[in-house]
Design a protein around this ligand. Structure first.
Ligand code: PMP
Length: 568
């Protein structure tokens, strides 16, 4: 946080506000300003009916008054954020639009987005005649803050980060967002519409530190109130006041505000429902992975799943023809063949699976995944490890075809683990859910242990296997991994990093991962790596590890043991 002071001194939202907005007077109602207003006052100022029609709520004849204030103070108390930092809009969609109007000049300025992402950022930019700079998400659908900062121009006013991201479902690394906040002298809007479904925590606690941060949340998702249209933004009071100045006078209806207050009263129920959706999401993900045409179900931190298929149009048409509507996302960059599926009720999810299965029966198309991971040999294993901190399932097929489905909740780590099946030519599924709200430590450590245990199980009696090592260059970096599956555990790590983090994960945890693996897999593992870019160093290590593993587990024609002792 050493740059905190600099940021606080240098960021002034007034710099971004177009002149015509600065000069605006906020809308004022006669009722608010009049001294005589209050209980018993006679309101003949706003051309309302004197009473509500029969059967209607008694307050509905009046324009909204102080109801929004009550909702604001309830949210402030629950989120532990000062009320003057909270702005309420007709859905977060409205706030996205207002932010653009308030902090960017039509026809001159631009926003930055990270495709594939929520379409509203681009469409509201178009409505407001703002340019759109697209900084595509990198591997694992992660933002690359360094690249993005290099792509901004002097007219870039707002960067929109969606985390967890729609449609990819992943949370963005906090370190990357902080780098944007520190390196960009405009607003960084972090859209947390799906944060309640995620193991990660909100960026709200960073508001004090970063005056250019705006966090968006909504009642539409985890509170189940999409129809009420209530969205929230959290920001500095200056940003909030600017939004207040330009909003329509009565942007939230009284019924919606009352319903939102009611929703906050049932906060405990809401948490239960969220927990149920998360559990269902993991079950549905496993089922969908077995469906016809499905290549991959991406890990999700939201209430939907991104499913990569070999023919999105065909499966979409099949489902829609039977009344099951999902969302095509196959035109988005990096989402070729993808459909986005919301987590429904148990009955709805079952129907989805039933209808999807019918596709296979009708067309004779086997599942992409089954055909990839069909058991060629017996060298496969499943291993589940459940503790109070993590619940991890690993499935491995040493003679597979590089099929992978990895979900640990840590985007960059998933991307690294994917190197193992890809470069090791084995099938690997890892499903890990851990206490990421604490930190990544237990999840990474226990994934290493579980992978090691699964490997030992799949290797069986180890007959005919090799015992090798591998070195690999990757741009500025090189990695060498030596492995001996001989049954004794020894771990050596010589890797130097220039920063303490790679992919949002402390670099020490990669060492920890491989140590945990070596201990569980009862192997000698020596890893040496060097380079300039920490991301490259870690990636080179995982790739070299995968190649090593491929050689070491490869079975020769003979079924002899590669040991003079006759025992491994
Ligand atoms: N942000 C994201 C990322 C979304 O996916 C959505 C809705 N699909 C919204 C914001 C809009 O939310 P609201 O209903 O509050 O306008």
């Amino acid at each position: 946080m050493k740059r905190k002071k600099g940021k606080e001194q240098s960021f002034d939202p007034a710099r971004l506000i177009p002149g015509h907005i600065t000069r605006l007077e906020p809308y004022s109602s006669a009722r608010k300003e009049s001294e005589g207003s209050g209980t018993g006052a006679i309101y003949l100022d706003a051309n309302e009916l004197p009473e509500a029609l029969q059967g209607m709520p008694p307050y509905i004849n009046r324009y909204p008054g102080n109801e929004t204030e009550e909702l604001r103070s309830r949210i402030a108390a629950i989120k532990n954020i000062a009320g003057d930092r909270i702005f309420l809009g007709s859905g977060s969609d409205e706030i996205i639009d207002l932010l653009m109007r308030a902090f960017a000049r039509s026809g001159k300025d631009e926003i930055m987005i990270f495709p594939p992402s929520f379409g509203m950022y681009q469409s509201r930019a178009e409505v407001n005649d703002l340019g759109v700079i697209k900084s595509d998400l990198g591997p694992g659908f992660m933002i690359d803050s360094k690249k993005a900062l290099g792509e901004t121009t002097e007219n870039t006013r707002i960067i929109f980060v969606c985390s967890p991201n729609n449609p990819t479902g992943n949370l963005q690394p906090r370190g990357e967002i902080i780098r944007l906040l520190e390196g960009f002298n405009g607003l960084v809007v972090v859209d947390e519409a799906y944060i309640d479904f995620s193991p990660g925590s909100s960026l709200l606690p960073l508001l004090d530190e970063y005056p250019n941060l705006v966090v968006l949340q909504t009642f539409s998702k985890a509170f189940g109130m999409a129809g009420a249209r209530v969205g929230m933004s959290f920001s500095s009071p200056e940003i909030r006041n600017t939004l207040d100045r330009i909003k329509l006078p009565y942007n939230l209806g009284i019924p919606s505000v009352k319903l939102a207050i009611q929703a906050l009263n049932t906060y405990a129920d809401h948490r239960l429902i969220v927990e149920r959706i998360i559990k269902t999401r993991e079950e549905l993900s496993q089922k969908l992975a077995l469906m016809p045409l499905v290549e991959k179900v991406y890990p999700s931190d939201a209430n939907f799943l991104l499913v990569r298929t070999t023919n999105a149009a065909s499966i979409y048409g099949h489902l829609a023809g039977r009344g099951v509507i999902v969302r095509r996302r196959d035109n988005e960059p990096g989402c070729e063949g993808c459909l986005r599926v919301s987590i429904g009720s148990d009955a709805e999810n079952s129907r989805l699976i039933e209808v999807w299965q019918e596709y296979g029966k009708e067309t004779g198309v086997v599942t992409g995944r089954e055909s990839l991971s069909a058991p060629a040999t017996q060298r496969q294993a499943s291993f589940r490890r459940k503790t109070s901190e993590t619940d991890i399932t690993v499935r491995i097929n040493l003679d597979g075809k590089a099929y992978s489905s990895i979900s640990t909740g840590i985007g960059f780590f998933d991307h690294m683990l994917e190197q193992i099946p890809r470069h090791g030519m084995m099938d690997l599924e890892i499903f890990a859910r851990g206490d990421l709200h604490v930190d990544a430590h237990h999840t990474i450590e226990d994934t290493g242990i579980s992978l090691g245990k699964a490997l030992v199980k799949a290797l069986g009696d180890k007959k005919g296997i090799g015992r090798y090592g591998f070195s690999l260059p990757m741009d500025d970096s090189s990695a060498s991994v030596l492995l001996d599956l001989g049954g004794r555990s020894y771990f050596k790590w010589e890797a130097e990093f220039s920063s303490g983090q790679a992919g949002g994960v402390p670099t020490g945890l990669y060492k920890h991962f491989f140590r945990s693996f070596a201990e569980a897999a009862l192997c000698n593992l020596h890893i040496t790596a060097e380079g300039e870019d920490d991301h490259h160093i870690v990636e080179a290590v995982f790739k070299a590890f995968a190649r090593t593993l491929k050689m070491a587990v490869k079975q020769n024609e003979s079924d002899t043991l590669p040991s003079t002792k006759g025992l491994l």
